[in-house]
Design a binder for this molecule. Structure first.
Ligand code: NAD
Ligand code: AHE
Ligand code: ZN
Length: 377
């Protein structure tokens, strides 16, 4: 099949708020510095639903969504040296070229090599590798498009992994688990004894909690409006669980957290995407040094606000993409941690479905106990 287009099954998002259409599409051969991957498993991240909802300012249709997957390299285009046919791989929505200003800065995991075209849903040469049966081009998504049995990604956007690692589990390292765990251990760099509050007990928030636990945080308070999340929060390391909708009349979540921690948290994390929660997370930080990390993705048009005095008095507001993790350099270590049982991954899988049930998988997101639905081709 190398060098030739492949026909395969994909789930196409033709318009916002519409179910995905499962159909046969054509996936073109990889060009220079491109890799064609046979996806074995993909999960559904909240961000896929967010883009499908129409709330993503970069969202465009028709598109092949999906960015939390794992598979095998089927073929490579000219000049690809980092992976070869047969390698087990994870596509990376945060590329790592190792050569751009960002990669060389030592200050960030963001990479500038392919981000512009990635945001426009095309390959670095400005074209798409996906075509539907009518011959219409389909857009790529986040440089990954894992909701297709075959996908094409830039070589800087893929990492080879230990072939003994199970695809159905490590696909979750393509986004949610890595994002939360990295936000705690890299972006915030939580240290032993620190106090931490996590807003939102989804896969991202629970992964923040397990990162904070790994670093021996003294207090890990999970805040979620859904009481069903208390049990799982404690399983992932929460020492306390607070439902902000059940506080005594007149008490705010910020007051509650400040009272619980003698003045506020060392670190807080927004894992909800709600801008009001982001403000609470910042204001629950300790005066003088508390740092709040925004991970959640907010809808188009939403903005954050607080009194500047919050920052004047030493609180720090920052953000984190993919947990600050450099995928090609650091994925191997995360896979090893998973294999050595230092990193929980399987525990996030709350449903497994055949790929054909992808729309049911999106419905799972609303059931109140869903962490990740893993789809299998
Ligand atoms: P999720 O939907 O599984 O989890 C969100 C949790 O937040 C749920 O448990 C929900 O009950 C809770 N919640 C909602 N409103 C709340 C409120 N007002 N107060 C407290 N809790 C509240 O989502 P997820 O997959 O864990 O993703 C979380 C967020 O992170 C999403 O916005 C997603 O788009 C974003 N995300 C960002 C990155 C990144 O790199 N920055 C990566 C992955 C996901
Ligand atoms: N396209 C949106 C922003 C989406 C966003 O913030 N994406 C996160 C990853 S979410 C993964 O589930 C991210 O890493 N952003 C950094 C980047 O380079 O995209 C918008 O608002 O335009
Ligand atoms: Zn994601």
């Amino acid at each position: 099949t190398a060098g030739k287009p492949i026909q395969c099954t994909a789930a196409v998002a033709y318009a916002a708020k519409q179910p995905l259409t499962i159909e046969t599409i054509t996936v073109g051969a990889p060009r220079a510095h491109e890799v064609r991957i046979k996806i074995l498993n993909t999960a559904i991240c909240h961000t896929d639903a967010y883009t499908l909802s129409g709330a993503d300012p970069e969202g465009a249709f028709p598109v092949v969504l999906g960015h939390e997957g794992a598979g095998i390299v089927e073929s490579v285009g000219p000049d690809v040296t980092n992976v070869k046919v047969g390698d087990h791989v994870i596509p990376l929505y945060t590329a790592e070229c190792g050569k751009c200003k960002f990669c060389l800065s030592g200050k960030t995991n963001l990479c500038g090599s392919v981000r512009d075209t990635q945001g426009r849903g095309v390959m670095p040469d400005g074209t798409s590798r996906f075509t539907n049966s009518k011959g219409e081009p389909l857009l790529h998504f986040m440089g990954c498009s894992t909701f297709s049995e075959y996908t094409v990604v830039a070589d800087v956007s893929v990492v080879a992994i230990d072939p003994t690692a199970p695809f159905e589990s490590v696909c979750l390292l393509g986004c949610g688990v890595t994002t939360g765990y990295g936000a705690a251990t890299k972006t915030a760099n939580v240290q032993k004894g620190d106090t931490v509050a996590v807003f939102g007990a989804g896969t991202v928030g629970l992964s923040v909690a397990q990162g904070a636990q790994r670093r021996e945080a003294s207090r890990i308070i999970i805040v979620d409006i859904n009481d069903n999340k208390e049990k799982v929060s404690r399983e992932f390391g929460a020492t306390d669980f607070v439902n902000p909708t059940k506080l005594p009349a007149g008490q705010t979540i910020v007051q509650k957290l400040i009272e619980m921690t003698d003045g506020g948290l060392d670190y807080t994390f927004d894992c909800t995407g709600n801008v009001n929660v982001m403000r609470d997370a910042l204001e629950a930080c300790h005066k003088g040094w508390g740092t709040s990390v925004i991970i959640g993705v907010a809808a188009a048009g939403k903005e954050i606000s607080t009194r500047p005095f919050q920052l004047v008095t030493g609180r720090v507001w920052k953000g984190s993409a993919f947990g600050g993790v450099k995928g090609r350099s650091e994925m191997g270590g995360l896979i090893k941690d998973y294999q050595n049982k230092k990193l929980k991954v399987d525990e996030f899988i709350t449903a497994r479905r055949p790929f054909a049930e992808i729309n049911d998988g999106f419905e799972d997101l609303h059931n109140g106990t869903c962490l990740r639905t893993v789809l299998k081709f």
